[in-house]
Design a binder for this molecule. Structure first.
Ligand code: SF4
Length: 211
């Protein structure tokens, strides 16, 4: 094991220990392939599944595996218009599994997420029976202040680039706390705990994933 691998594993296990007192179930997987295997173990065949916009879940190959498997999928990419997209967003609340990443995770086990419409943070808070988050080790932050800095100055800015948005940060490269029409930071949510034990499951991957 390289020093980096050792550091990643120990860091992830610190977070997983902290999750326990917050009713969040945590797992550590050293790489993408292991994370994909674990995710598919967690989601039983036949489950109804949907996901939020996330590079991380695509990067481990989870979307493709689910599409090729025996699941009842609600794929936002298949929506033909905004009405269908809204329908899929609402359907998430009654699904067995909602899959996403988390924009940041703190060493003491909090999840920090930023959202433009709010469908993703809503589903993390309430609705789907299970929430499965795939989180690269690059998203582990020292504390809540560090996580808030990360979600606004890195995750949101990178997503603004990805979505080709006309926001101030897409020009300056850092957050100026805008209220522009295309702002993707309508809601910032800190999940301190899961009220139902085990409803939120987090796989921390010992590799960089997403933004
Ligand atoms: S500048 Fe606006 S869109 Fe960009 S990160 Fe800040 S609040 Fe979000």
């Amino acid at each position: 094991m390289t020093p980096k691998q050792k550091y990643n594993e120990i860091t992830a296990n610190r977070v997983i220990q902290a999750f326990k007192k917050r009713n969040i179930e945590g797992y550590y997987c050293a790489d993408k392939a292991e994370a994909l295997k674990k995710a598919l173990e967690i989601i039983p065949e036949g489950s109804s599944v949907t996901w939020g916009g996330s590079q991380s879940i695509a990067e481990i190959g989870l979307c493709d595996s689910l599409k090729n498997g025996k699941y009842e999928l609600y794929d936002r990419a298949q929506a033909k218009d905004s009405a269908q997209l809204d329908e899929i967003y609402r359907k998430a609340f009654s699904c067995n599994f909602y899959i996403s990443s988390s924009n940041a995770v703190t060493l003491d086990g909090k999840l920090v997420n930023i959202d433009g419409i709010g469908n993703r943070v809503s589903a993390i808070i309430f609705g789907p029976d299970n929430v499965l988050l795939i989180v690269g080790i690059n998203k582990v932050c020292d504390d809540e202040a560090d996580a808030l800095k990360r979600v606004k100055n890195k995750a949101a800015v990178m997503n603004a680039y990805r979505l080709n948005l006309n926001t101030p940060c897409s020009k300056t490269g850092s957050c100026v706390d805008c209220l522009s029409d295309e702002c993707i930071c309508s809601a910032i949510v800190v999940t301190r705990r899961a009220s139902r034990p085990g409803r939120i499951k987090v796989i921390i991957v010992g590799e960089e994933l997403g933004y």
